[in-house]
Design a binder for this molecule. Structure first.
Ligand SMILES: Cc1cc2nc3c(=O)[nH]c(=O)nc-3n(C[C@H](O)[C@H](O)[C@H](O)COP(=O)(O)OP(=O)(O)OC[C@H]3O[C@@H](n4cnc5c(N)ncnc54)[C@H](O)[C@@H]3O)c2cc1C
Length: 464
């Protein structure tokens, strides 16, 4: 185990959301010695734990925006990388559907922006929409088809990025909140609850706390996080037989609007809402909004009426007072902030990682790219791809709703970046995420996980 207190790292990456994970990977592969600092007990504790999981093309991103640039690049890098890291892709395409005359009139602008952004798009008449998706409401007037908008999952990509960073030398610390920092002209000393870390450069990927971390390190922040909540309803797997293509609304200025799409886990998702809130650390759902979401889903896809709901959840976008990403190079401080990555970070992460690596290479002379990096595929959790049920060590099925085996749970507990709590185990394996939401399997899971969770070092300080 590396003694992180006495080590002098090239780069400290703050946060293990999808952005921090992608940055850690890219900077490590660029040849830097990296330490990743996460205040939570496991990865994905912020915005990245609950999203719609669409791998966006950037068709609707404002022309020349940072969001447009990094979503386009991030999507391309994901498609290039996914086979080597065993990451999923459900090729659905998307229809931007117009339901009213004014919406129909705006489709031409949607098409123009997509073309400007270099994304393939075509106008389809109502009849063609219905031929493609027979269960869509007959109220659809026309749509723009975006063949390249696909579905991935929120959890295995960041897990894969960070696992690969770690396999190539990065150190990952949990329960390691960056409380303060000082730059002496050569290196940062970052104060954690249980000690201090030294790094020549720092990348702030603190998501919902991006402004707080900038304030703590640079003494000022150029943006304020204004958390924007999105509630979701997850329909039963039977619903996924009703359609293939993601149904998007005609975009509005502030939000992408309510989407009806499939998930790679075989469910159907409707959401998210866009609700401003002060609270940054948790997001609740409410009955009235969920009922409205179900109503909206049924309006778009009438056959969803009466379909059982498997789960509900809410996520928080790290939105700011601005509409674009907040990427800041702090002059003279060897500090880069990747802030305000609000609605598209899952898609843009690899592009942002590549950018961060370029900046770090400019700041720190003499880094040499790793020529043959370790490749670390993650276990598949997508329903449409092969799971490891045939492995001799699979053992019994523990979660019968999502067909999760004892072997999969044990692997998640023993992996290079093991689950550190039940939430982390659910995200890595899908256990407890099905129709019974853990009613039948939680007791068995508790037996298997036994001594694994709730352990901290005796001193209670940051641990690897
Ligand atoms: C409702 C919703 C729907 C979305 N849909 C999509 C979609 O379909 N497609 C898409 O591409 N994107 C989507 N997104 C956007 C995407 O989820 C976000 O852009 C992305 O998760 C932002 O990741 P992040 O790493 O910047 O932040 P986070 O995930 O918040 O990660 C920041 C991490 O930093 C840690 N941290 C904070 N402060 C400190 C500190 N002081 N010290 C140490 N660690 C710290 C936190 O614990 C956290 O783990 C959606 C988001 C939401 C909420």
């Amino acid at each position: 185990m590396v003694d992180w207190k006495s080590e002098k790292y090239d780069v400290a990456v703050i946060g293990t959301g999808v952005v921090g994970a992608a940055v850690a990977r890219a900077v490590t592969l660029a040849g830097a010695s990296v330490i990743v600092l996460e205040k939570a007990t496991d990865i994905l504790d912020g915005a990245s734990k609950g999203n719609s999981a669409i791998l966006h093309t950037g068709f609707d991103a404002p022309d020349l925006s940072l969001e447009q640039r990094f979503v386009r690049r991030g999507q391309q890098l994901y498609l290039d990388l996914r086979n080597s890291l065993n990451l999923p892709l459900l090729e659905t395409g998307a229809l931007v559907a117009a339901w009213t005359e004014p919406e129909e009139a705006r489709l031409e602008a949607v098409l123009e922006l997509a073309e400007k952004n270099g994304v393939r798009a075509e106008l389809v008449a109502s009849g063609e929409v219905q031929a493609r998706e027979p269960n869509i409401s007959s109220g659809v007037r026309a749509a723009v088809l975006i063949p390249g908008e696909h579905i991935i999952d929120p959890w295995s990509p960041p897990l894969a990025y960070l696992t690969q960073a770690q396999a190539n030398g990065a150190t990952v610390l949990f329960d390691a909140e960056v409380l303060a920092g000082k730059f002496d002209g050569k290196a940062w000393t970052l104060k954690l609850p249980g000690g201090a870390v030294s790094a020549r450069a720092t990348v702030n990927c603190a998501g919902l706390y991006g402004d707080t971390v900038d304030q703590r390190l640079a003494g000022k922040t150029a943006f304020q996080i204004r958390p924007r909540k999105g509630q979701f309803v997850v329909f039963d797997k039977a619903a996924s037989k009703l359609f293939t293509t993601t149904i998007l609304p005609v975009p509005k200025h502030r939000t992408k609007g309510i989407v009806v799409c499939r998930t790679i886990f075989g469910n159907v998702l409707v959401g998210p809402t866009a609700e401003e809130q002060e609270q940054r650390s948790y997001a609740t759902v409410d009955r009235e909004t969920l009922a409205r979401l179900v109503q909206e889903a049924v309006r778009i896809m009438p056959a969803l009426a009466g379909m059982p709901v498997t789960a509900t959840y809410a996520g928080l976008r790290p939105a700011t007072q601005e509409s674009d990403y907040q990427l800041k190079k702090h002059a003279g401080l060897n500090l880069l902030t990747l802030g305000g990555i609000r609605s598209t970070g899952l898609s843009a992460a690899l592009g942002l990682g590549e950018y961060a690596a370029q900046i770090v290479c400019e700041i720190l002379d003499g880094l040499t790219e790793i020529s043959a990096p370790a490749i670390t595929p993650v276990p598949n959790i997508a329903e449409h791809r092969k799971r490891n049920w045939d492995d001799p060590g699979s053992g019994e099925i523990v979660c019968h709703c999502e067909l999760v085996t004892r072997g999969e749970i044990e692997s998640a507990l023993a992996s290079a970046l093991p689950s550190r709590n039940l939430g982390g185990l659910k995200r890595r394996t899908r256990a407890c995420m099905g129709q019974c939401q853990g009613f039948h399997c939680t007791a068995r899971i508790a037996e298997i996980t036994g001594p694994h969770f709730g352990q901290k070092l005796a001193s209670g300080v940051a641990h690897e």
